[in-house]
Design a protein around this ligand. Structure first.
Ligand code: SF4
Ligand code: SF4
Length: 737
């Protein structure tokens, strides 16, 4: 590599390192360095990250999202170590660019891994995935997807399995045990190379966050790497492109060569696991990822010991696509009955197994969704319910009474709670963090709508989606990350009043700039877009974007308490460069100004795209940034002022308009100290970060004058102490009078 290119790359790396998220993954980065024989302790997702390095991965990319953000976050912070190995890391702008990155493995013998949250990320990546899977890969490809399904999920409930089927990609679903997950990563690359199929590994939330250990191997520096780059481009090979007529050949290759090769590899390397039971007449076929829930359910029913050993035979599918019909047939052939545990719907695996058995004329009765719930997560309880029906049907010499009474007591408890709660508990919806800069924007929107009437609000993915909950209840649809402006394209021409689209800066760069802004400009749409410029993709863990404040800004900030996001003008410059003719930047805490700006955007005679940029640094990131700085100041005796808001309980009228306008968790209620008044009064509790919204709202909405602003001063100077002594004396005199 020439020196200029190396320097430019180093400069890029330095910047990215310098602006790394404030959360430190130093311990995790150390764990990545462990060598052969050392014991790794930690979370499943970190074990997978380590396994990538043990597999000789040459490049890693992705887009953050729960539950796999950790993989990319740690890799980004591990850049100096990865540079030593020659591994390239790319924080991609969205999942489509991450999937396209895998194109490196079409021609070149390099292993690549990318990660994102599924199903939403896989939807975004789908085009590149189809075009990757058609020509197939030379170097192994592993796509680690966070299967965000079931309890704790934050997206629509669909399955990644459909993509593996339609594009013919291997789907790994490892049994959640760290050594097994690591084995599957290593074998996943090898399987991808043996079959030329890209491999996906789906990891559920529980698998990512479970803790365990495994014995490490040394990390493998890739043969082709940033330290040992290729000397020349691959020769032109039309067969590696993905357009007709060669795509017709690809389709045949998938069926005639790649899938058979994958099945051979799965059998030879024993990727699926068989746990033979002592009484083999009943069998269970389970997705690897559901295995732990199955074992817990078996234990509850008295059908497994503490170590998970069960008398029933279990086939754990660490690879759920492709299945190996012969392996399935061998497992089912001599059984009295088989139960298939396949989480989610549609039941692709169940149907495939049924077809395989029918083709081989195996008549073993097979059960699945008719005994299990058709939809929803397979928790231990859900699995136990289905198992009890299955085992009870075929076996009468097993005592299931303990399990049955557990299930009955769960049902009874739910019924009891429902009776106690004749009046449902008040819901506690998720909300913005205390002091979030996005909350004031929705206060302003609420106030603006009191004057202009209810608006159609196209909402989006991001922290601002919390405004769809009480007390704001704003947002008519969410069509995808960065899709709000695009999603109003069919609404606004059919509506008398202008619509409002809300988008975060993360969504703007992910998709909104092209699918929303560019399209609205091209079509000359009369639209209003609000961009929440908080400086990070906050909802996924405050990762950086191109418009994040950089290190030099942080260093040169005279007062680190100030919001730093104003310094980076990338969004504003991009909008100007694209030709947006109406933009306003408003500090998000200036509620009244925001209210007026929204009204202006809705009523101006300017007919094109109008963009309001609500500027205010993510409070979570700001607090992380200033806390050590404030602690250091306090320690060395410097004057430190902390602002707090409060409510004068004697003045509070008890109408709670302030709470309905803010929803801040630290602005809450307490009993009225006046025995003659029953309504509880508003109060500000300890967590208040003094963001100022209480004061802004009181002013913008002309609320009752009960709010006060207090400055808590640490290490006050001589003058301040003297003044306070004077005031204390005056108070004493007044009280005595
Ligand atoms: S993470 Fe940041 S942007 Fe998101 S709710 Fe919290 S303060 Fe607001
Ligand atoms: S000033 Fe008000 S809105 Fe801001 S953190 Fe304190 S209580 Fe919450």
């Amino acid at each position: 590599m020439d020196r200029g290119r190396r320097l430019a790359q180093d400069a890029g790396r330095t910047r990215r390192r310098a602006v790394g998220v404030e959360v430190s993954f130093a311990r995790e980065v150390e764990a990545l360095r462990l060598g052969a024989g050392a014991t790794f302790h930690g979370e499943g997702i970190l074990a997978v990250t380590k396994a990538l390095l043990q597999s000789g991965v040459a490049y890693v990319g992705g887009y953050q999202g729960a539950p796999v953000s950790h993989l990319l976050d740690v890799m980004v912070q591990a850049r100096p170590y990865l540079d030593e190995l020659g591994v390239h890391v790319e924080a991609c702008s969205n999942e489509a660019s991450a999937a396209a990155m895998l194109g490196a493995s079409i021609h070149y013998p390099v292993r690549g891994a990318v990660t994102w949250k599924s199903i939403v990320g896989t939807n975004v990546a789908a085009d590149a995935l189809s075009n990757l899977a058609s020509p197939g890969v030379t170097g192994g490809v592993l796509i680690v997807v966070g299967e965000d399904y079931g309890e704790g999920a934050s997206v629509i409930q669909e399955r990644t399995h459909a993509y593996a089927l339609k594009s013919t990609m291997v789907l790994l679903d490892p049994r959640p045990e760290l050594a097994n997950m690591v084995r599957l990563v290593e074998q996943g690359f090898a399987l991808s190379e043996a079959s030329n199929l890209p491999a996906m590994m789906q990891l559920r939330i529980r698998a990512c966050h479970m803790r365990g250990r495994f014995t490490c191997k040394d990390n493998v520096a890739p043969k082709v790497s940033t330290r040992a780059p290729l000397g020349a481009a691959a020769p032109f090979d039309y067969a590696r492109l993905a357009h007709p007529p060669v795509t017709f050949i690809h389709e045949r290759l998938k069926i005639e060569q790649r899938l058979p090769a994958a099945r051979r590899f799965i059998v030879e390397q024993k990727l699926n696991e068989i746990f033979p039971g002592t009484r083999g007449e009943l069998g269970i076929i389970v997705q690897g990822g559901v295995y732990n829930s199955l074992v817990r359910a078996l234990q509850r029913l008295g059908l497994a010991d503490t170590f998970g050993r069960s008398p029933l035979s279990i086939l754990a599918l660490n690879v759920t696509f492709p299945l190996v019909p012969e392996q399935i047939a061998d497992f089912c052939r001599d059984k009295r009955a088989v139960l298939v545990l396949e989480e989610g719907q549609p039941e692709y695996i169940e149907q495939e197994i049924l077809a395989a058995l029918r083709r081989k004329e195996i008549t073993t009765p097979m059960f699945g969704k008719e005994l299990m719930g058709a939809a929803g997560e397979y928790t231990a309880e859900a699995v136990a319910l289905g198992l009890e029906r299955f085992v009870g049907k075929y076996v009468d010499d097993v005592d299931l009474s303990a399990g049955r009474s557990w299930l009955q007591s769960n049902a009874a408890r739910r019924k009891e709670i429902a009776q106690i709660l004749a009046r449902p508990l008040p819901p506690r919806p998720p909300s913005f963090c205390v002091g979030c800069p996005e909350r004031p924007v929705f206060s302003a929107l609420k106030l603006a709508q009191q004057e202009v009437g209810p608006l159609h609000v196209a909402a989006d993915i991001g922290c601002h989606a919390f405004a769809t909950f009480e007390p704001f209840s704003q947002g008519h649809s969410i069509l995808g990350y960065g899709m709000s402006l695009a999603s109003r394209a069919g609404v606004s021409p059919l509506m008398k009043q202008r619509t409002l689209s809300i988008m975060g800066d993360g969504g703007f760069w992910h998709n909104g700039l092209l699918s929303g802004v560019q399209s609205a400009l091209f079509n000359g749409d009369d639209a209003v877009l609000m961009i929440m410029k908080n400086g990070y993709t906050s909802a996924t863990g405050t990762q950086e974007i191109i418009s994040s404040p950089d290190e030099s800004t942080r260093d040169s900030a005279a007062d680190k308490r100030e919001s730093l996001v104003a310094q980076n003008q990338t969004i504003e410059n991009t909008l100007r460069g694209l030709g947006v003719g109406w933009t306003r930047t408003v500090h998000s805490y200036h509620v009244d100004e925001m209210r007026r700006t929204v009204k202006e955007a809705l009523s101006t005679s300017f007919a094109g795209l109008k963009v309001i940029i609500a500027e205010g640094e993510c409070q979570l990131e700001r607090q992380r940034r200033i806390k050590p700085w404030v602690a250091a100041l306090t320690k060395r005796g410097a004057r430190v002022e902390r602002v707090k808001y409060g409510v004068d309980e004697d003045v509070c009228t008890g109408d709670h308009a302030c709470i309905r306008l803010s929803g801040c968790p630290t602005l809450t209620l307490k009993d009225n100290p006046d025995p003659l008044r029953l309504d509880p009064v508003a109060t500000v509790i300890d967590g208040c970060v003094g963001c100022g919204l209480c004061g802004e709202n009181a002013h913008a909405a002309t609320l009752c004058p009960s709010f006060y602003r207090a400055e808590v001063v640490r290490n006050p100077g001589f003058g301040e102490r003297a003044l306070e002594r004077l005031r204390a004396g005056a108070r004493k005199l007044l009280l005595a009078a």
